[in-house]
Write a protein that binds this ligand. Structure first.
Ligand code: SAH
Ligand code: SF4
Ligand code: F3S
Length: 483
């Protein structure tokens, strides 16, 4: 696995931590390993640790990096919150994400009372908000370590500080221009992986807190991305998901600028890699070049997540999305024409300040015209510090609820029709896991992101197999493997 062959002897013999990254973190992993070993010996058992993710796929990828370090330090990774060390990797995109964290923290406190050795850490997007830190200091003083999104690369160093101190450690940075490569990672799935191609966001959609908690847009060097994918493929990965808040603006701020489409062409050449996915595409930056590359590619999956947010040009303007209903429809039309088997999914917000019933009708009109395979619908959540939070005409809850239900009905109807289109056809599926409800079945993912369940066993996991899509069950298929 990636970067797991660290020479701990070498780092143990050093008197002081090296200044350079990632060597500095390797030094602290070696130190943490000593501390964890000592504690394990004292307790006469292996220490356990759980990393719990609350946010998006980028958040989940960060959790894999934390897990990679913890595993090297000697912790056994588990899922239960009874673990000796629990980390919450938080999200703050909507208020309900925050509320979930506070709710579960109360529970952690009771567990800590039963296990006095227990340590608790909080990190991720929520920690970049001053008001959150204040609240935790006041009401959740049992937390041992708090850090943010910009200094996650120095987790090993913070871990050592936490293990050698009893007081609450808080380290939050306002921003960073740094990208640290070659830190260890522990993947959740052996056969597929997310890969950050960029960090941060420069778009400042008026409702969104992400640019404030994730900082300015920074692209990784294409060479580093290719190297990481090659290592992953050598380690058994067949499907990758390129991650960024707006992948279509990848590479613009690099010393040697390169487009996202060009990056995809380079990735396509990697032998042994079977499938390429990416997330998220901002409609304003989706180029004709990208459409051509997707069309000609054998590896890029037939799925595009293209967040609409609203179908009303007036609301889109207030949201600072920088496209109109008409230009979005034109783009969707072009995609459908050039790549007919492409499935389109989207995100929609209901209840943005000033949104009327008529605005929601416009959104519904777009849903009907585009025919999404799936749409994630969210109720607008006011985020402190964003321009939309200061807008006066916030929509009453009841009205939002009505509009939301109306939209959801159309979204579900159209998605059902779209997904059904493949019934009876034969398609390739990457088998991901044993079915949760019926252990005689496995669950596979089609190129267009639809799930199919069919008879199979463990030996199929991680393999791409051909399946007949027998019966559409609304949003997924029951199928049969073609021998
Ligand atoms: N960078 C991605 C989205 C990241 S956040 C993009 O631009 O598409 C994921 C989704 O959360 C967004 O697409 C949006 O639909 C939703 N979202 C963001 N802020 C929100 C808010 N304040 N209230 C409700 N939904 C929000
Ligand atoms: Fe938020 Fe807009 Fe950036 Fe997406 S593009 S993360 S919605 S500001
Ligand atoms: Fe949430 Fe942060 Fe992702 S706010 S959606 S975890 S970038």
């Amino acid at each position: 696995m990636l970067e797991k062959n660290i020479d701990f002897e070498k780092y143990n013999q050093m008197k002081e931590a090296p200044e350079n990254e990632p060597e500095r973190q390797y030094y602290f992993i070696a130190k943490a390993k000593e501390l964890v070993k000592k504690e394990s010996e004292r307790l006469g058992r292996t220490l356990t640790c759980a990393v719990i993710t609350f946010g998006c796929q980028m958040n989940a990828r960060d959790s894999e990096k934390l897990a990679g370090i913890l595993e090297l330090a000697g912790y056994e990774l588990v899922e239960e919150e009874t673990a000796d060390f629990v980390i919450y990797n938080t999200c703050t995109v909507r208020d309900n994400a925050n509320q979930r964290v506070y709710g579960r923290l109360g529970n952690l406190n009771s567990l800590k009372k039963k296990n006095p050795n227990k340590k608790i850490a909080l990190c991720g997007c929520m920690m970049q908000e001053d008001s959150v830190i204040e609240k935790i200091k006041q009401s959740y003083s049992f937390v041992n370590l708090i850090f943010g999104t910009h200094n996650i690369y120095k987790f090993a160093e913070l871990l050592v500080t936490m293990l050698s101190n009893d007081s609450m450690i808080i380290d939050i940075w306002k921003d960073t221009d740094k990208i640290v490569e070659q830190l260890p990672v522990e993947r959740k799935y052996p056969f597929k992986s997310g890969i950050n191609i960029m960090f941060g966001c420069n778009n400042f959609c008026s409702y969104c807190i992400v640019p404030y908690v994730r900082g300015r847009e920074r692209s990784r060097n294409p060479k580093d991305i290719i190297r990481e994918i090659e290592e992953l493929v050598a380690d058994g990965v067949v499907e990758i998901m390129l991650l960024g808040q707006n992948v279509n603006s990848y590479g613009k701020n690099l010393e040697e600028p390169i487009t996202f489409a060009e990056l995809l062409k380079e990735i396509e050449k990697i032998d042994g890699l079977e499938r390429i996915r990416f997330m998220t595409s901002h409609p304003k930056d989706l180029s004709d070049e990208l459409i051509q590359v997707m069309k000609e590619s054998k590896k890029i999956c037939r799925h595009l997540h293209l967040p609409l947010q609203s179908g009303s040009s007036r609301i889109l303007k207030d949201m600072n999305r920088r496209y109109t209903k008409e230009s979005y429809l034109e783009l969707a039309g072009k995609l459908r024409k050039e790549i007919p088997d492409l499935s389109l999914t989207t995100d929609i917000i209901v209840g943005f300040p000033g949104e009327t019933k008529e605005d929601v009708d416009e959104t519904i009109d777009v849903v009907k015209k585009v025919q999404y395979d799936n749409a994630f619908t969210f109720i607008y959540s006011k985020r402190t510090g964003t321009p939309a939070a200061a807008m006066e005409n916030q929509v009453p809850e009841e009205e939002v609820k009505e509009n939301f239900d109306r939209l959801l009905k159309v979204v579900q109807e159209t998605a059902r029709e779209r997904v059904k289109l493949l019934e009876g056809q034969v398609a390739d599926a990457l088998v991901e896991e044993i079915n949760e409800h019926d252990a005689s079945l496995v669950t596979g993912r089609l190129s267009n992101n639809t799930l199919v369940h069919f008879k199979g066993d463990h030996s199929l996991i991680g393999k791409i197999v051909t399946v007949t899509l027998k019966e559409c069950k609304g949003f997924y298929y029951l199928g049969e493997m073609v021998e």
